[in-house]
Design a protein around this ligand. Structure first.
Ligand code: PMP
Length: 356
């Protein structure tokens, strides 16, 4: 497999002269900043929000680099990992021409982003035990050669997968990485809860690898909107070229930096969530209307039951919201339940036990 970034990049992005912000152009020390049309007097808030943030978020990336063992220049930060997903489409997929492969069911934003960007989706069903169907994926790839009619540019691998909660077999992912000359996007939003190893340390091995992670799940920062993409420097440069200049605001950068000092707290939560998850699995299988509790490598569980919609409505009446996935392919009759605090999980279980 030969990978050449230039062969998969859209021509307009190749030729793009990116926006150059005032803070991109000036490097060094100064005391008077009259280069960015900001309000030099200050802001009406106690902190100084009158200045634009660092466009490339170096402080946050340096700290992340230490935690992840990935050099800062191999990291992109987005307004949630959803921003990274959208940029992948805009940079690599020609609207109305190219296509992407989405093993399904999976996280819904890949499809929505594809549709927004007018990119053909090739859904490939997972196997009955929610694993990747390598053969079917391979059959659906349109090669880059002779790509006038359109090529397969991206394959999305969400592992652990949302909503099925399982991780995919590592060997299967490696087969795809070794044989596909578009980008393999491994979404590891739930990796902290998994027994599987991350792929972030394989970037030098696979030039076609993009790993997505987020501060929204284990890190407890969904409200800040900070997502990460890890890839070769070449690919990260494409992300940086396409992103809006100041895509992570000052507050999010500052608070993310602060939060990243609290890794012990996060690890304690992960441990607790995983322990609670195992307890919940044991408790849920006892319920008479539960048909199957799928093994989980994430902070949620997929549960198949007799009348999922009825259970969902009943829980809503009791002020408990779970996710109804019963209309999703391969997930018929399933609810997706996030693992909460011990107290929340007890409330949920007590409520479920009352269903006759
Ligand atoms: N990937 C997966 C698999 C997700 O489930 C989600 C959110 N539910 C995201 C990405 C998006 O995360 P973010 O908050 O970083 O945009």
């Amino acid at each position: 497999m030969e990978f050449d970034l230039n062969k998969i990049l859209r021509d307009n992005i190749k030729k793009l002269v990116p926006y150059s912000s005032a803070r991109d152009e000036f490097k060094g020390d100064a005391t008077v900043f009259l280069d960015a049309n900001e309000n030099s007097h200050g802001s009406p808030l106690p902190d100084s929000y009158n200045r634009y943030p660092d466009p490339l978020q170096w402080e946050v990336k340096k700290k992340l680099s230490k935690i992840k063992g990935v050099p800062p220049q191999n990291i992109f930060l987005g307004n949630g990992s959803d921003e990274a997903i959208d940029i992948l489409f805009r940079a690599f997929c020609r609207p109305g021409i190219d296509n992407v492969i989405i093993p399904s069911p999976t996280y819904g934003m890949y499809e929505v982003s594809a549709n927004i960007n007018d990119v053909e989706i090739r859904k490939v069903s997972l196997t009955g035990d929610f694993q990747l169907n390598i053969e079917a994926i391979s059959e659906n790839i349109s090669p880059l050669e002779g790509d006038r009619e359109g090529a397969t540019k991206l394959i999305f691998i969400c592992s652990p997968n949302n909503p099925t909660a399982n991780s995919f077999d590592r060997e299967d992912i490696e087969i795809i990485l070794n044989n596909f000359n578009g980008l393999v996007v491994i979404d590891e939003a739930y990796i902290n809860f998994s027994k599987q190893k991350t792929f972030v340390n394989e970037l030098t091995e696979y030039p076609n690898l993009v790993v997505l992670q987020t501060l929204s799940k284990a890190w407890g920062l969904a409200g800040l909107r900070v997502g990460m993409a890890f890839a070769s420097e070449q690919i990260i440069n494409v992300f940086n070229k396409v992103k809006p200049p100041y895509n992570i605001n000052v507050v999010s950068q500052r608070l993310a930096l602060e939060a990243l000092n609290n890794i012990d707290q996060v690890n304690a939560w992960i441990k607790e969530t995983v322990a609670e998850r195992e307890q919940m699995v044991l408790a849920l299988v006892q319920l008479p209307f539960v048909k199957k509790v799928y093994p989980s490598d994430a902070n949620f569980i997929l549960v198949r039951m007799n009348d999922a919609r009825q259970v969902y409505d009943y829980l809503v009446k009791n002020g408990i919201i779970v996710r109804d996935r019963s209309k999703v392919m391969l997930c018929e009759g399933c609810l997706r339940i996030t693992i909460g605090t011990k107290e929340e999980n007890v409330v949920l279980l007590n409520s479920l036990k009352e269903i006759k």
